[in-house]
Design a protein around this ligand. Structure first.
Ligand SMILES: NC(=O)c1ccc[n+]([C@@H]2O[C@H](COP(=O)([O-])OP(=O)(O)OC[C@H]3O[C@@H](n4cnc5c(N)ncnc54)[C@H](OP(=O)(O)O)[C@@H]3O)[C@@H](O)[C@H]2O)c1
Length: 214
């Protein structure tokens, strides 16, 4: 099968489209035919190998041999490993794994779920890492409740666009912070107030917030 393999740390030139062995699912895993995969800030850090702690996972001087890029994906279950009862071949799923930028990827059943029917594969692949980061931050750590005033710094980014929508769904009054060109987009996601960071520094304002996602 073909995959995007990272051979060194540096610019996007370190990515190579090449043939690798098709993985085999172990117990508690599924083999997924990847239909779409998305990249987030983590892949950018991984590409550069900075900050350095990321190399404990990827490899100290260069990525481990055959390191396939990508975490978030959406696809179709091709086969299942031992003990898997939650999914079967043909199921449309999305979630996280190691090495999603490939024709096939092996995923543990824990971090995957049935793909919502109203999402395309491309839309679904954009959700897992960024949306879960926003969900964990607001629901689990911030404990956002109805009526809370929540500020999302970086509201137009991968995490922020989900965070604005999740905070609204949790019943918060949401303020998004982004640059001029993204003000209307953040408003369209449901933000009650939008601060353009090129014109205003929210840390110097008088407004107070119950939760700030930075
Ligand atoms: N994406 C993930 O899955 C994920 C997971 C875990 C942790 N993180 C961390 O979360 C952070 C954001 O990641 P991301 O993927 O959302 O990045 P991103 O898509 O690049 O978004 C960056 C955001 O920061 C905003 N921004 C840039 N300069 C700013 C400034 N001076 N003041 C306020 N906002 C500013 C950008 O606004 P404009 O574009 O409007 O300028 C944009 O909304 C990163 O530190 C990343 O490491 C991300």
């Amino acid at each position: 099968m073909n995959a995007i393999v990272q051979t060194a740390y540096g610019s996007s030139d370190v990515m190579e489209y090449r043939e690798v062995n098709k993985p085999t699912p172990g117990d508690g895993q599924v083999l997924v035919r990847v239909m779409a995969s998305s990249l987030a800030a983590g892949e950018y850090f991984g590409m550069r190998g900075k900050p350095l702690p990321i190399r404990f996972y990827m490899g100290l001087l260069k990525p481990k041999p055959g390191f396939v890029v990508g975490i978030s994906f959406a696809g179709v279950v091709d086969s299942v490993g031992g003990g898997v009862t939650e999914f079967r071949p043909g199921d449309e799923v999305y979630g996280e794994c190691h090495g999603s930028c490939a024709e096939f990827a092996v995923a543990d059943v824990g971090p995957i779920a049935p793909k919502p029917r109203n999402l395309t594969f491309e839309q679904a692949a954009a959700v897992p890492t960024s949306a879960c980061t926003a969900l964990q931050a607001l629901r689990d750590h911030g404990k956002v409740r109805p009526g809370h005033k929540v500020l999302i710094n970086g509201a137009s980014g991968g995490v922020g666009t989900f965070a604005v929508q999740i905070a609204k769904a949790l019943g918060a009054e949401v303020t998004g912070v982004c640059s001029t060109g993204n003000v209307e987009m953040v408003r369209s996601l449901g933000a009650d107030h939008v601060i353009d960071y090129t014109k205003e520094d929210f840390t110097k304002g008088s407004a107070r917030y119950d939760v700030i996602l930075d």
